[in-house]
Design a binder for this molecule. Structure first.
Ligand SMILES: Nc1nc2c(c(=O)[nH]1)N[C@H]1C(S)=C(S)[C@@H](COP(=O)(O)OP(=O)(O)OC[C@H]3O[C@@H](n4cnc5c(=O)[nH]c(N)nc54)[C@H](O)[C@@H]3O)O[C@H]1N2
Ligand SMILES: Nc1nc2c(c(=O)[nH]1)N[C@H]1C(S)=C(S)[C@@H](COP(=O)(O)OP(=O)(O)OC[C@H]3O[C@@H](n4cnc5c(=O)[nH]c(N)nc54)[C@H](O)[C@@H]3O)O[C@H]1N2
Ligand SMILES: [Mo]
Length: 694
C-alpha cells in the first residue's frame, strides 16, 4: 500500500481559506484534516469541511455529461458523450453569435463555488470575453460594503487579522464570526483571554451573539444610524482622538455638526430599537477602550442602505484613533492586500467595446426580458446554484423554464439549477484539480495540488473552456495554456506593482515546496497608523467627493431599509415582520445541503419568531407555518423563542428546493432590489408575514 499526503486548499466561499492535508492511499483520499503548519488554519477545519470527503465520494456525484429528456424543472436526463455535449454547446453558441442578437444574447453565470484563482476566474472570463458574451456583474455578496468601505478608506486593505489578538474591545457587527470566520473567532477568543470584551450587534441571537459577552439586538438595516449615534456621544463626551482627526481626516467639522444636530441618542434609539441606555453604554465602552476592533461583515450590507452603512461604520475608528494600533480599526476583507495579476488571467482587453453588463442579482429580470439589450437566449452556469440562491425565486424559475432558453450547467451534483438545464456537465472537486488561492480573511497565498483522479468523466472548469475554445476556433495561445502556466501568470506582478509589492518573491515553485506563504507585510501590519489612506485626499474621508459623484450624500448618513415598518407603514400593514435569512451553520450557502449527515443536523426549513409576534398569530413552537409576501410563500417549522428581536423573523437557508416539502426556499420572498452602492443584493431587506398552515 502506498500512502502519501497532498497539500490542498479549502475552495469554499469563506474568509478562512484553510489549508487541508489529504492522505491518499492507492489513489483514494482516505483522510482530510486542517493543515497544522498553516498559521491561520492551525490544524482545524469547520464541521462542513471535515466532511469534505463525503462530498467528494458522494454516490450522487455527476460522472457523465447529460442532456434533458423531461420538461424543464423535472430533472430527467440521459447520458451523452463529452463530444456530443460540447458539439451541442458550440453549435448553439455559434448560432446565437451569428444571429441578429449577436453574442450578447449569451450570459455566463458564476459565483464562488470555488474561490480558486484558476477554476474561479481565469479561462472562463477569457472565453466569454473572447466570445463577446454579456458581462456578468458579480454583486450577489460583497459589492455594497466594498464600495462603501472604499469611499471612506480608499481601500479594503485595512488590517492584519492575526493582529486582532491585540484588541481589547471587539464588536462583531452584522457578523456571525464564530460560524462564518471561525479562525478569526479563535483569535478573538485569545484576545478575550487577555481581557477583551466581545460584543455582537445583530437582530438575531446568532451562535456568535450567544458566545459573546453582550448581545445588542438591532432593528435590521439601521446600523448606520447606530454608528452616527455613537459618533454623537464620542464627540459629546470628549472621547475622540483629536490629534488623529486633525492630521488624518477630511470633513471632521461637517460630520461633527451633522451627528450633533441630527443623531442624538434618543432619535437613534427610536430608529434602531436599541434602548438609549445601551447606546450610551456601548459608546462609553468603545470610546474608552483601545485598541478596539469592529469586524463588520455581510449581514448589515444586505439592505437598501447597506453601502452607506459600511461607509459610515468604517469612519468610527478614525474618531477613536484605533487605526494607530495593530488589531484596532474596522475589518471587512483582506482581498485587496493581495496583488494577483487578474488582468493577465481574465484578459479584459478582449471584451468588445460597448458590451452590456447584467447584474447577477437581477437574473429574474434578465431571463424574463426586462432588461435593455438583446434577450438572453443561452445561459452557462458554473460555480453557482442560482435556482436556490437568487432573490425573487419564483421569477427566476419562470425564466429558467423558458423553452427558448438554452441552459448549460457545469456542476458536481444535480442541483436545483441543473433541473432546468438542457445540458449538464460533470465538474471536478478541489481534490481533483490544480489551483492557487488568496483569501479574504488572512494574508497567505497557497497552492492546491490535485490529490486524486477525477471520478467518471468529470472535468475542471478550465478544461471545459479549453475544449469549447478549440471547437469555436479561438486562438490557441489564449486557451491552450496549462493551469500551472496560468498560475505563473497570476503571480507575475500586476501593473503598477514594483519589485517590493505584496506578492514579490512568491513563486509557484516556492508555494509547492514551502506550503502557505504570507504576503510581504510586516507582522502586526497597521497600514493607517500614520494616516496614508488610499482615498483621493490621502485622508480618511468623512466628506467624500467620490460619494457625491455616485449621487449620494457626501457625508455619512442613514438610509432606511426599502421595506421598513417605520418608513413603509402601508406595506407593513400587510407584512409587518422583517425577515433575515442567513445560511445555516452546517451549509455553505446552498453547498453541502445534499450531504446527508449535515442535512440531518438542520433537518428542515425553520423560522424563528418572538413570542410577542407568535402569540397573536396563534403560532406555537413546532407548528408548520407559511412565510409569505407579495413575491411568494414558503413553508417552515416555527421556533418560538427570544432568539430574535420582536418584529424580526429569521429563517436560515439556503435549502435546496428539492429538499423542502413545498419545493421552494426562503428566496421566493426576497427581492431583486439593489443596494445604494455597488449594485448589491438586499436579501435581508424583506417584509413578510407568518401564519399557521391549516
Ligand atoms: N458556515 C458557513 N460559513 C459561511 C457561509 C455559509 O453559508 N455557512 N457563507 C460564506 C459567505 S458566502 C459569506 S458572504 C459570509 C457571510 O458572513 P456573515 O456576514 O458573518 O454571515 P451572515 O450569516 O450572512 O450574516 C451575519 C449576521 O448578520 C445579521 N444581520 C442581518 N441583518 C442585519 C442588520 O441589518 N444589521 C446587523 N447588525 N446584523 C444583521 C444576521 O442575523 C447574521 O447573524 O460567510 C461565509 N462563511
Ligand atoms: N436568502 C439568502 N440568499 C442568499 C444568501 C443569504 O444569506 N440569504 N447569501 C448570498 C451569498 S452571500 C452568496 S455568496 C450567494 C452564493 O451563491 P452561490 O455562489 O451560488 O453558492 P453555492 O450555493 O455555494 O453554490 C455553488 C455551487 O458551485 C458548485 N461548484 C463548486 N466547485 C465547483 C467547480 O469547481 N466547478 C463547477 N462548475 N461548480 C462548482 C457547487 O457544487 C455549488 O452547487 O448566495 C446568496 N444568496
Ligand atoms: Mo457571500
Amino acid at each position: 500500500m502506498t500512502a502519501r499526503t497532498v497539500r490542498c486548499v479549502c475552495p469554499h466561499d469563506c474568509p478562512d481559506t484553510c489549508g487541508m492535508v489529504v492522505t491518499v492511499e492507492d489513489g483514494q483520499a482516505v483522510r482530510l484534516r486542517g493543515d497544522p503548519d498553516h498559521p491561520f488554519t492551525r490544524g482545524f477545519l469547520c464541521m462542513k469541511v471535515t466532511r469534505y470527503l463525503e462530498r467528494v465520494y458522494h454516490p450522487e456525484r455527476l460522472l457523465h455529461p447529460l442532456h434533458r429528456v423531461g420538461r424543464k424543472g423535472e430533472g430527467r436526463f440521459e447520458r451523452i458523450s463529452w463530444d456530443e455535449a460540447l458539439d451541442a454547446i458550440a453549435r448553439r453558441f455559434r448560432e446565437i453569435a451569428a444571429s441578429a442578437y449577436g453574442p450578447q444574447a449569451i450570459l455566463p453565470y458564476s459565483y464562488a463555488g470555488t474561490m480558486g484563482k484558476l477554476q474561479g476566474s481565469s479561462l472562463d472570463r477569457r472565453f466569454f470575453h473572447r466570445l463577446g458574451a454579456s458581462l456578468l456583474d458579480r454583486t450577489i455578496c460583497a459589492t455594497a460594503g466594498s464600495v462603501g468601505c472604499d469611499i471612506t478608506l480608499g481601500t479594503r486593505a485595512a488590517l492584519d487579522p492575526e493582529a486582532v489578538v491585540h484588541a481589547r474591545y471587539v464588536i462583531n457587527w452584522g457578523s456571525n464570526t464564530r460560524v462564518t470566520n471561525m479562525h478569526l473567532w479563535a483569535i478573538m477568543h485569545q484576545a478575550r483571554k487577555r481581557g477583551a470584551k466581545l460584543v455582537a450587534i445583530d437582530p438575531y441571537r446568532s451562535i456568535t451573539a450567544r458566545a459573546s459577552d453582550w448581545w445588542i439586538p438591532i432593528r435590521p438595516g439601521t446600523d448606520a444610524a447606530l454608528a452616527l449615534g455613537l459618533m454623537h456621544i464620542l464627540w459629546r463626551d470628549g472621547l475622540t482622538d483629536e490629534d488623529f482627526l486633525n492630521r488624518y481626516c477630511l470633513g471632521t467639522e461637517p460630520l461633527r455638526q451633522r451627528v450633533m444636530s441630527e443623531y442624538p441618542p434618543r432619535r437613534v434609539a427610536q430608529i434602531t430599537g436599541i434602548p438609549e441606555s445601551d447606546i450610551e453604554k456601548l459608546a462609553a465602552e468603545y470610546g474608552r477602550t483601545r485598541p478596539a476592533l469592529i469586524r463588520l461583515n455581510y449581514g448589515l450590507q444586505r439592505h437598501a442602505g447597506g453601502g452607506m452603512a459600511v461607509r459610515t461604520i468604517t469612519c468610527l475608528p478614525a474618531l477613536t484613533g484605533d487605526w494607530r494600533y495593530p488589531g484596532g480599526g474596522a475589518f471587512l476583507s483582506t482581498s485587496k492586500l493581495y496583488g494577483f495579476n487578474s488582468a493577465a488571467l481574465e484578459r479584459p482587453d478582449l471584451i468588445p467595446p460597448g458590451t452590456r453588463t447584467i447584474n447577477m442579482v437581477q437574473l429574474a429580470e434578465a431571463l424574463l426580458g426586462e432588461l435593455p439589450g438583446p434577450p438572453v437566449l443561452a445561459l452557462y452556469v458554473y460555480n453557482s446554484n442560482p435556482a436556490a440562491v437568487c432573490p425573487d425565486q419564483a421569477r427566476v424559475l419562470a425564466g429558467l423554464r423558458r423553452e427558448d432558453l438554452f441552459t448549460v450547467v457545469h456542476e458536481q451534483f444535480l442541483t436545483d439549477t441543473c433541473d432546468y438545464a438542457d445540458i449538464v456537465l460533470p465538474a471536478t472537486t478541489q481534490l481533483e484539480h490544480f489551483d492557487i488561492h488568496g483569501s479574504y480573511g488572512h494574508l497567505f497565498v497557497q497552492v492546491n495540488e490535485p490529490a486524486i483522479a477525477p471520478p467518471g468523466e468529470a472535468k475542471s472548469n478550465n478544461e471545459v473552456f479549453r475544449l469549447l475554445a478549440r471547437r469555436l476556433g479561438f486562438e490557441p495561445e489564449l486557451f491552450e495554456v496549462s493551469d500551472e502556466e496560468l498560475a505563473r501568470q497570476a503571480l507575475q506582478p500586476a501593473q503598477g506593482q514594483g519589485a517590493d509589492g505584496p506578492m514579490s518573491g512568491i513563486t509557484l515553485e516556492r508555494l509547492k515546496k514551502e506550503g502557505p506563504i504570507r504576503l510581504n507585510y510586516p507582522p502586526d501590519y497597521a497600514p493607517f497608523a500614520r494616516g496614508n489612506f488610499s482615498t483621493p485626499s490621502g485622508k480618511c474621508e468623512f466628506y467624500s467627493e467620490t460619494a457625491a459623484k455616485l449621487g449620494l450624500d457626501p457625508l455619512p448618513t442613514y438610509i432606511p431599509p426599502a421595506e421598513d415598518p417605520q418608513t413603509r407603514p402601508e406595506l407593513a400593514r400587510h407584512y409587518p415582520l422583517q425577515m433575515v435569512s442567513p445560511p445555516h451553520p452546517s451549509f455553505l450557502n446552498s453547498t453541502f445541503v445534499n450531504v446527508a449527515s449535515l442535512r440531518a443536523i438542520e433537518k428542515e426549513p425553520s423560522v424563528e419568531i418572538h413570542p410577542t409576534d407568535a402569540g397573536p398569530r396563534g403560532i406555537a413552537s413546532g407548528q408548520l407555518v407559511e412565510v409569505f409576501n407579495d413575491r411568494g410563500r414558503f413553508r417552515a417549522r416555527a421556533v418560538v423563542a427570544e432568539s430574535v428581536k420582536p418584529g424580526v423573523v429569521v429563517s436560515q437557508g439556503i435549502w435546496w428546493n428539492k429538499y423542502t416539502s413545498d419545493g421552494v426556499n426562503c428566496n421566493v420572498t426576497t427581492s431583486t432590489r439593489l443596494t445604494d452602492l455597488g449594485g448589491g443584493a438586499t436579501f435581508f431587506d424583506n417584509l413578510v408575514d407568518v401564519r399557521p398552515v391549516e
